[in-house]
Design a protein around this ligand. Sequence first.
Ligand SMILES: Cc1cc2nc3c(=O)[nH]c(=O)nc-3n(C[C@H](O)[C@H](O)[C@H](O)COP(=O)(O)OP(=O)(O)OC[C@H]3O[C@@H](n4cnc5c(N)ncnc54)[C@H](O)[C@@H]3O)c2cc1C
Length: 510
Amino acid sequence: MDAVVYRNDRRYPALLYGRNLRFPENSAAAPGRIALCSSPAEVRHALQEAVSHGLRPTVRSGGHCYENFTANNPGGMLLDLSLLNRVSVDTASGRYCVEPGAVLGDVYQALYKRNGVTLPAGSCYTVGAGGHISGGGYGVLSRLHGLSSDWLSAADMLTVTESGRIEERHIHRTNDPELFRACRGAGSAGFGIITAYYFDKLPAAPHDVIESGLHFPLETMSEEAFTALLVTYGDYWATRGRDADTWGLFTILSVGSHRGRGNLNMYIQFCQPNGITEDCSVLSEFLKRFEPFKPVSEITSTDAGDAAKQTTNSYHFERGRIPWLISATGNRSGGERTRAKYKSAYMKRTFTAQEAQTIYRFYTDSSRTAFSSSLAIDSYGGAINRTELLGESAIAQRSSIMKLQWECHWQNANEDADHLRTLDRFYTELYSGSHVDADHQGTPWGEGYEGCYMNYPDADMLRYSWWPELYYGRNTGHDGLYPFLQKVKRTYDPNNVFHHAMSIRLPQEA
Ligand SMILES: Cc1cc2nc3c(=O)[nH]c(=O)nc-3n(C[C@H](O)[C@H](O)[C@H](O)COP(=O)(O)OP(=O)(O)OC[C@H]3O[C@@H](n4cnc5c(N)ncnc54)[C@H](O)[C@@H]3O)c2cc1C
């Protein structure tokens, strides 16, 4: 079989779409060919073909991109790296190598089974390493161990010179250091193609974890109680949650539902910082704070947890002590492929009453978008907030205590406009008012916020001239992260070969 799939190939429709079925928007927006690459040499060959024939290359590894950065490529070439997916360790040096097409579940399995280590990374096991690691990479162990890109030691990358020559680079702290820094958080934003990630060391995986869940009935909860709950949650992360003994505690508070049931759930995972679960006082202390809200039922997040579950009735919660690997590779596929829209916000403080009320009103309303969407409020901070990493990574958000993500899912194209408009209106309302900088109304910017996450890109933000600040922090002249990334862009991709709606602009571009 040919490794280049054209429109008339019967494999083309199956290979065209990533997870978000909104893209490509139509047939005219689709790439003319899809190159299936299973080795760095094949990636190089495909890229050379694209450049030589004047075709725009877009790159896909795991296909989880939220926006139209890969499948929308009119007549161009989509390089599909999903078959470039080995996870290995060099026995002489002990260095780990993760290829971009490897999905997180396979990364966790391989690293754990061979060496008992892990990469702190996303909770969904179908996400690809390619976009995830270069865009930061955040998950259940990130408070304890930091972001995926924080552990990156080196990467192999293909870039294109001004004259159209492909260059193979092995980038690290002393070789192409600026490009290496850019790939630690902004790597999928348009510099080249990463064909391998290297990690000199990785943290030991926890021995076991406790999974727990709380469920609150949103339908019968008053606005006051909901506000108090959100404030209590945020308060914990703004105060006690900063202490290092709590960094093994990770939670997601989910509001709403994309399954048509308004509800309020909290997923909780805990281990002590040393990866065991002998002393659960941190977890008990956290759960006790929610006793006044009378959680009414327990939820289980993994099927495999059932066998080893310990139940404590006093707080109406359920504890499941399970081996870490079972938890990491449990029932977290991310669900079926749908049409979807996502938004994000970093928070540096707990919720205000006004914010909580806006969220409450949206999710207790009967709009189609409220029923089709959810807001996940993740705990953040801990090891991520090591400020010494600011200068050596492309992640500007190192002061936040929570990260918010909106997801909206639907099936029919004729619902696109309604969902996009309604979700956008809700988000804009939430970030409008005196709690947001006067110059940044409509966006999470100001004292209490740190902008948005590049791995959760939201093209609605392009309407604001300051959108790069939301993702890369305040641009304080030439010292700012975004101007730095623009210089890297000019050096390593002077012809803007790798571009998409939210890629780093060349310095002279508006
Ligand atoms: C169901 C789901 C769950 C998620 N869970 C989490 C989570 O827990 N934590 C988190 O941090 N994020 C999460 N994400 C977001 C995820 O990290 C990003 O969407 C990430 O960019 C996906 O990488 P990918 O390779 O799968 O996607 P792709 O669609 O293949 O690529 C995403 C972007 O990266 C670029 N890219 C891909 N491969 C390369 C490469 N080899 N070289 C250069 N650029 C490349 C693409 O061009 C594109 O711009 C989730 C997304 C989904 C859909």
